[in-house]
Design a protein around this ligand. Sequence first.
Ligand SMILES: Nc1ncnc2c1ncn2[C@@H]1O[C@H](COP(=O)(O)OP(=O)(O)OP(=O)(O)O)[C@@H](O)[C@H]1O
Ligand SMILES: [Mg+2]
Length: 379
Amino acid sequence: MVIGALTQHDLWIAPVAQRLQRQPVRVLEPEERTIEAALRPKNLHDFVGQHRVRKQLSLVLQASRMRGRTADHVLFSGPPGLGKTTLAMIVAAEMNAPLRISSGPAIQHAGDLAAILSSLSEGEVLFLDEIHRMSRPAEEMLYMAMEDFRVDIVVGKGAGATAIPLELPAFTLVGATTRAGLLPGPLRDRFGFTGHLEFYSVEELELVLRRSAGLLDLKVNSAGFSEIAGRSRGTPRIANRLLRRVRDWALVHGIEQIDARSASAALDMYEVDKRGLDRLDRSVLEALITKFGGGPVGLSTLAIAVGEEPETVETVAEPYLVREGLLGRTPRGRIAMAPAWTHLGLAVPDGVFGQDTLDLFGPDTEDEESAADWISNTQ
Ligand SMILES: Nc1ncnc2c1ncn2[C@@H]1O[C@H](COP(=O)(O)OP(=O)(O)OP(=O)(O)O)[C@@H](O)[C@H]1O
Ligand SMILES: [Mg+2]
């Protein structure tokens, strides 16, 4: 089978290093990246929470170690900051295998993927972050590589094109995605194990914070941990970020041991409220209520109103707002639920949806398109 058309330039002349080093989409601040790396659990034992995924993954890895084989391909899905990249690194560490990192947006041509695949060593773990953003031709090349550990590379164009079959060493692909629903079925089916990460409980976040405080050499009492954990939106990355902001506040105010009061004062200053909503979350709710009378309003219109990309609103703010019962996703667009009005200190108008979370779409559909489908199906 011949997949994708590659020129000699694509394949051999363009420097591989340049291809591998393209920027990922989500760019973290340099300080944040260094600290994230330092706080990242290095093995499954240190990885807090996600009991189900951890247990299942541990079994998959243990079985492949016992068989002396490379592990099956693994996919991690879930909202940002819950530990997908961390788990990918843990897979390599637990398998004692080298790790190669790239991401969907960096793989725009089949040649980009061929360059990576052809340089893998036996047993290597290839981590593809944001795998749903890979180009179609690269995706098709990946199907074959995952299943048969080989690719057909086409050199040249038109009548003179030649397919060069290339055998690949056995490798483990670890994919991560915040949008599992956007992955094509054939790709999803080729993963031997899929772990869906859930938001963390406050107790689990306290454990994450305890571990991080230990590593950062910070003194925090139990009430301080629970104050920070309660405002962390179920997300370890946010918990660690808030801990660092509280650390800064305590340093400047000369506080040795952080308690609930100092944590609370610090986080109020950074505009992270009791419920963990930050500026973006609140501006989404405010726009929805003050500009659109509580909705329904389409995702892209809402995103423009808050000056953000629709994807940011959908993947960063919405999952938590929906989970908290503050925002509802309906086929006609987003709506503010009763608790959102209350949270912003406004009276709840009659007829506003109540306490239940409302997500009539599931996590990954585009609202305008789905609304059109839904409306045409119901007419
Ligand atoms: N289970 C956990 N236990 C302890 N710390 C964790 C855990 N999960 C995540 N973290 C911390 O949260 C940070 C963010 O995790 P990670 O980068 O793995 O998230 P992600 O799911 O890959 O996010 P994104 O979708 O934005 O890439 C890590 O640096 C790590 O310190
Ligand atoms: Mg990640």
